[in-house]
Ligand binder design. Structure first.
Ligand SMILES: *[C@@H]1O[C@H](CO)[C@@H](O)[C@H](O)[C@H]1NC(C)=O
Ligand SMILES: *[C@@H]1O[C@H](CO)[C@@H](O)[C@H](O)[C@H]1NC(C)=O
Ligand SMILES: *[C@@H]1O[C@H](CO)[C@@H](O)[C@H](O)[C@H]1NC(C)=O
Length: 195
């Protein structure tokens, strides 16, 4: 499965992902994750598996991109907490909750791709989902350690990590999914054909 993330909004925000302001990081990641999930669903519905061979971003790269953004934001926090909060300590948690709540939606889209016929190899996606879960967990723990987020946010973080690990299970076979191509029409999957 490959995904196009073409929103210019997201593209322009993504270039600022390494900024040291944590609220901007969180907003950027929320927009990126929301856009990526929408792209995955709309590609499945519009094009079925036909889209998977297009000039688009492999799932493994998309996931690595998100992990890199999460890790970069964690590094910014650890480098300079004042720059990270930028005088808006209270806004961190609200923004964090928006970000963490997009993870299960994104993970479900990735899980659905793992269960559908795809020509991308499973192992790199599986490995990158493992890193993404670790990145999300570590970022949440760092924010919690300096009390920028509450215990409630940590509980949601744990749920988000478990959604990522469910998605990982759907990419758990050693090679790619060997089954059938299927076409989704009018929101229903049907008309399966042998590859
Ligand atoms: C569906 O495929 C067409 C032709 O390859 C492409 O132009 C279009 O962007 C795809 N749509 C989605 C939602 O991926
Ligand atoms: C993540 O993806 C965006 C949009 O495709 C790109 O501009 C950015 O350079 C990527 N970042 C990393 C760290 O790969
Ligand atoms: C991000 O951090 C996690 C946890 O420390 C690590 O497992 C992962 O490899 C890192 N990912 C990237 C893309 O740097």
């Amino acid at each position: 499965m490959r995904v196009v993330v073409f929103s210019t909004f997201v593209l322009s925000l993504a270039t600022t992902a390494l900024a040291s302001d944590g609220i901007t990081d969180l907003q950027t990641m929320t927009a990126f994750l929301t856009d990526a999930a929408l792209q995955i669903w709309s590609t499945q519905i519009t094009n079925g598996t036909a889209a998977y061979n297009g000039p688009v971003t492999p799932t493994m790269d998309l996931i690595a991109n998100i992990s890199a953004q999460v890790n970069a934001s964690k590094a910014s926090l650890e480098a300079d907490q004042n720059a990270f909060t930028n005088g808006q300590t209270g806004a961190v948690e609200t923004t964090y909750l928006s970000y963490i709540d997009t993870i299960p939606t994104f993970a479900q889209a990735i899980e659905s791709q793992g269960r559908t016929w795809h020509d991308e190899m499973n192992a790199p996606v599986f490995a990158n989902l493992q890193s993404l879960g670790a990145a999300i967990q570590a970022y949440g723990s760092s924010l919690r350690r300096v009390q920028l987020i509450s215990q409630t946010s940590m509980i949601r973080t744990i749920r988000a990590v478990s959604a990522v690990s469910n998605a990982q299970r759907s990419w758990g076979r050693p090679f790619n999914y060997p089954g059938k191509r299927s076409v989704i029409r009018n929101g229903l999957r049907g008309g399966a054909q042998r590859v």
